[in-house]
Design a protein around this ligand. Structure first.
Ligand SMILES: Cc1cc2nc3c(=O)[nH]c(=O)nc-3n(C[C@H](O)[C@H](O)[C@H](O)COP(=O)(O)OP(=O)(O)OC[C@H]3O[C@@H](n4cnc5c(N)ncnc54)[C@H](O)[C@@H]3O)c2cc1C
Length: 504
């Protein structure tokens, strides 16, 4: 096969996934990354012997992670050693007293917990699992793993029948309430839409596949934290002969006569017949592409009218102590979850935020100095376009206080504020500045019904030959395994065109 050049803008997970596949297939792939490390939001911070993942932390669908290495004939265990977590996580509802649930990865233990709430809840839970599993099979086969190039890819009797089977019209929250009477149990298995930045009140019920995926395939931990996946993907890509240029910002995607001709980076024009853009889709449409014919329907006005996922405020704390009873993942859910969710998506400051505490040193002690722990404290907050407040010191201080107040209610962590010896912070503004996440929306375009599947930006740019997109704002959406799949779809779309061009 001819050794064709492919430029990838961004070493995020979508870009790396596409790049590995194309380099492995014989293309000559060059990645241009503005930052100084691979992974994009799967970034890593180090401070005074503590190691923190900046963004993703929960490993789901481990087979998708492993497949990246297997496709190149490698043993994934040599690159990303993983352990299965049990419990998967613990959940506290912040009432008085707090209500505590341990979400075991063992269905036997889990049933014990749910049966204690009465058989209507346990049989409702099993019915939910059956119903969502069937829908998941359809989604996986016909929607998540394939592209939608043209209207006939979806508007045909067979696909419309499959779409009906997804029953996406109700919200995640309503679907759970239809199966399970107990409110805590409903919430234990619907808050997970927040993992992809959409409220369970608004997110299509299909996203209740997320807790199902956790329950049936487990949650996992990669040695060294999530960033190991990014590092090892970059390593594999380079072993295959690919090149990564860090600290090199792409300023423009160059096009002419309906074809891509290359990029401009650091003031220099670099030519290539193929460009894959892993920079956030709405940001790329606004700032990397000048030609309205190439933007197609994604002009600035449309980009600003679209719905964006929520963002996150993060505190990374180096904590001088060990907490043997603490799980690797703990969720503290607001007692008034409805108001909490509404505030996030209406742009108001949060009175009683929900908080996610991740302590990677519980699974890998090497991520903190001996006898100490690294804490990752995440608060879902409004994206910058919706927020009616500023990210100044006062806002950060307010949220830090709320985080301390909530976390110190966890047994064993009463004294946490006095043990914090290192702090780093990421606000929505940092996500925008560091990774060009449009409006600081950490999960990209919100996966509402109108922005999912064939309605979501697709990998192949139909208005410009040789230009492709990948990443969380494109189909199939956000979350590491889903973005890895998006990278696969992107690479396959490019190869499909190459084959019809007659080069392959
Ligand atoms: C706080 C947080 C927690 C999360 N938790 C989880 C989790 O537990 N589990 C999970 O599965 N997912 C989680 N996610 C989601 C997951 O991290 C993302 O969906 C995924 O990493 C996005 O990958 P991407 O390739 O779309 O984009 P990105 O990671 O944004 O990568 C894009 C890359 O492009 C680069 N770039 C942009 N513009 C340019 C330019 N002009 N020139 C050069 N380079 C450029 C950026 O620097 C960046 O490296 C989380 C995300 C966040 C932020």
């Amino acid at each position: 096969m001819m050794n064709k050049k492919v430029i990838v803008i961004g070493a995020g997970i979508g870009g790396l996934s596409a790049a590995i596949r194309l380099q492995n297939a014989g293309y000559q792939v060059e990645i241009y990354e503005q930052g100084n490390q691979p992974g994009g939001k799967m970034h890593q911070l180090k401070a005074d012997g503590y190691t923190f993942d900046v963004g993703p932390t929960l490993v789901m669908m481990p087979s998708v992670y492993r497949e990246v290495f297997e496709l190149a004939g490698r043993n994934p265990d040599d690159y990303i050693p993983m352990i299965k977590l049990d419990p998967m996580y613990e959940v506290y509802f912040k009432g008085d007293p707090m209500r505590h649930y341990r979400i075991s990865s063992d269905l036997v233990d889990l049933m014990k917990m749910i049966e204690a709430k009465g058989s209507k809840n346990s049989s409702g839970f099993l019915n939910y699992l059956k119903s969502i599993y069937e829908r998941y099979q359809v989604a996986l086969k016909y929607f998540i793993t394939r592209p939608f190039r043209c209207p006939s890819d979806i508007y045909n009797p067979f696909m419309l029948y499959q779409a009906m089977k997804l029953k996406t019209f109700s919200s995640a929250e309503k679907m759970m309430a239809s199966f399970i009477p107990d409110e805590d149990i409903q919430r234990l298995f619907s808050f997970q839409t927040l993992y992809i930045g959409v409220s369970p009140q608004k997110g299509p019920s299909l996203y209740n596949i997320i807790p199902m995926i956790e329950l049936l395939y487990g949650t996992w931990f990669i040695k060294g934290g999530m960033h190991t996946m990014a590092e090892q993907m970059a390593k594999l890509f380079q072993e295959l002969g690919g090149t990564i240029r860090y600290r090199t910002r792409v300023e423009k995607i160059r096009t002419a006569g309906g074809k891509v001709i290359g990029i401009t980076a650091a003031g220099q024009a670099i030519d290539a017949p193929y460009v894959i853009c892993n920079a956030d889709f709405p940001y790329a449409m606004r700032y990397l592409i000048d030609d309205n014919a190439v933007r197609g329907k994604y002009r600035s006005e449309k980009i600003d009218r679209m719905d964006y996922s929520c963002s996150c405020l993060l505190f990374y704390w180096g904590v001088g102590g060990k907490f043997p009873k603490l799980a690797t993942h703990t969720f503290l859910i607001s007692e008034d979850l409805d108001d909490n969710l509404k505030s996030i998506f209406d742009g108001r400051k949060l009175g009683d935020p929900s908080i996610y505490l991740h302590v990677p040193s519980q699974s890998d002690p090497a991520m903190a100095p001996e006898g100490k722990s690294s804490f990752y404290v995440l608060i879902p907050v409004s994206e910058l376009g919706t927020a009616a407040y500023e990210w100044n010191e006062e806002t950060i201080d307010e949220y830090r206080e709320k985080a301390y107040a909530a976390i110190s209610r966890i047994p064993g962590l009463e004294d946490v504020r006095n043990l914090v010896e290192v702090e780093r912070i990421f606000t929505p503004e940092n996500f925008e500045a560091e990774f060009s996440a449009y409006r600081g929306a950490t999960f990209g375009l919100q996966p509402t019904l109108r922005q999912s599947n064939h309605w979501r930006p697709q990998s192949k740019c139909m208005q410009c030959e040789g230009l492709y997109f990948t990443g969380s704002s494109t189909h199939p959406g956000a979350g590491v395994p889903i973005v890895i799949e998006g990278g696969r779809i992107c690479a396959e779309e490019l190869r499909r065109d190459e084959k019809t061009d007659g080069f392959a």
